[in-house]
Ligand binder design. Structure first.
Ligand SMILES: O=C(O)CCC(=O)C(=O)O
Length: 285
């Protein structure tokens, strides 16, 4: 696919998968760096600013997530501005781009938590919808190791309810709202990058394979898309510009927003969904 085809697939379906977008030394360095960062977790006792932990099928502790890798090593921050990624991203959300958030979801072999069906807009509403997530497959992603799945075209539907019957944010939609017959797996070899729209329904199953599944997520927003409820440290916020100049202008669009509050479990999607009755992937055999 050329860039025009990539962007038109994204516009039509709310996602696109680009195999081999990252390769060679950049991919090798991201993978090796992630091994090194993960090795540092051995000295950490419990969830902290860098790591969240989980247990695998054998009851052993595993790393669930590396948090904000762009603050752990400058190479992650540098790669948020990778030209191959930006060439596509700027066609999707425009030339003025800020990195909103980064994380590495680590699904260990025979473990790795499921993530239930959700739309990112429910977690991270902005003043306009020029936001997009680029997901870099550090390992190959497949049905067996818990590749992400999306519902094509769901980005054209309204925001679905991510609150439970008691009014608490549970970070997952009711499974009756998801046309599972349309689900598409975002599979590919290491270095594949997928892009998805903030309204695209997505989730993933546990890892039933003997291989890890690590995905580095770069979440982006147009610089004039202001996050609606995050406290901003201006200098740090500005340090995340990856394309175009600074702006204090904010662009508003008429999009429905429902804030992810009240929450019984802070802001981690894993912890929020853990308390939810809306289980599909976690219960699937
Ligand atoms: O890691 C995954 O499979 C999905 C990640 C995701 O949707 C999220 O963290 O919001």
């Amino acid at each position: 696919m050329n860039v025009d085809e990539i962007v038109s697939h994204y516009d039509e379906h709310g996602y696109v998968v680009v195999p081999g977008l990252l390769q060679g030394p950049v991919l090798d360095k991201l993978r090796a760096l992630t091994d090194n960062v993960a090795a540092r977790a051995a000295a950490v006792e419990a969830d902290d600013a860098w790591f969240d932990f989980d247990t695998d099928a054998a009851g052993l502790r595993t790393i669930q997530r590396i948090k904000k890798p762009n603050r752990i090593d400058p190479f992650y921050a540098e790669q948020a501005g990778n030209p191959q990624i930006l060439e596509i991203l700027t066609r999707i959300i425009g030339d003025l781009v800020r990195l909103s958030h980064t994380k590495i979801n680590m699904k260990s072999a025979n473990g790795g938590a499921a993530l239930e069906w959700h739309q990112d807009w429910a977690f991270a509403p902005h003043t306009n919808m020029s936001t997009c997530v680029a997901s870099i497959m550090l390992d190959g992603a497949s049905a067996a190791n818990g590749a992400m799945q999306v519902i094509p075209g769901s980005h054209k539907q309204p925001l679905l309810d991510h609150h439970d019957e008691e009014g608490f944010f549970c970070g997952a939609v009711d499974i009756d709202q998801v046309d599972l017959s349309k689900a598409v797996l975002l599979e590919g070899p290491p270095g594949t990058v997928s892009f998805h729209h903030p309204m695209t329904l997505h989730g993933s199953s546990v890892n039933r394979s003997g291989d890890p599944r690590r995905i580095l997520f770069y979440e982006y927003a147009a610089s004039d898309a202001f996050p609606l409820f995050y406290k901003v440290d201006w200098d740090e916020y500005e340090s995340r510009l990856v394309s175009g100049g600074s702006t204090t202008g904010v662009r508003f669009e008429d999009n429905y927003v429902k804030l992810p509050f009240p929450s019984r479990a802070g802001s981690s999607i894993y912890k929020i969904q853990a308390g939810s009755k809306r289980k599909f992937f976690a219960d699937a055999q």
